[in-house]
Unconditional design. Sequence first.
Length: 256
Amino acid sequence: MGDFLNKNSHLADFIDNGTTKSTLIEIAESKNVSIDFDKNPTIAELADLLDVETPDLLLVMNEKNGTLPLFLSAHPELAPKATSKEKPDWIDKADIIDLDVRDDIAHGRDPFGAIMKAISGIGGNILHLINIFEPAPLYSVLERKGFDHYSEEKEGIWHIYFFNTGIKQQSPESGSIFKPHQEEQPNNHTIDVRGLEPPQPMVKIFEALETLPKGEVLTVHHFKRPKHLYPRLEEHGYVVETNQVSDDHIILKIHK
């Protein structure tokens, strides 16, 4: 794994290092701008052109470049933050198994595989993950597997506890506050892009729309109002309805 990208890194420094032009082109198209690749701009200049915050673009490009863990180890303050939760009852009712991934992060290794391996063998115990930043995107991944979590920060170190409650994340329409519970219809199409780094949510949404039968609706569970997605959808003739479930849960209904 090479050095992580910073705001002064030039386009040529990472185009040949695992990141494709298509990623940047996708973001640029969503902004109705074009990138002059021959001018070899810096990431800071790209962020200005794309009208995004430089740290946000750095997160995306380091993820595409395969250096996100290394980047976050140097800038843990940029890691996504999750909403705090009260200490759950289960935390004192099971044995705790520790998994410290700080060394992996420090050496530029992605700890995701080790975490998922530990989760698969945790049984009725609690996994205690020790990290230098809060891995917020991991929460939605494990919620779909039935895991609850509790996190706390002590002296700059994050301690995250995962426990399998056996209650998997509700199906997208189940228990909706916007309409009574009903059985999911056969023509319902749903995707969940929470936990994905930009521009992957937009990519996944348009991939799903490409195969969406005429007259049907795509339901998207998002972590924010995707303000840059709306003009793209309108441009392609789509209508979108937005419902806010919570601060970090938005439901979009997209159709033509």
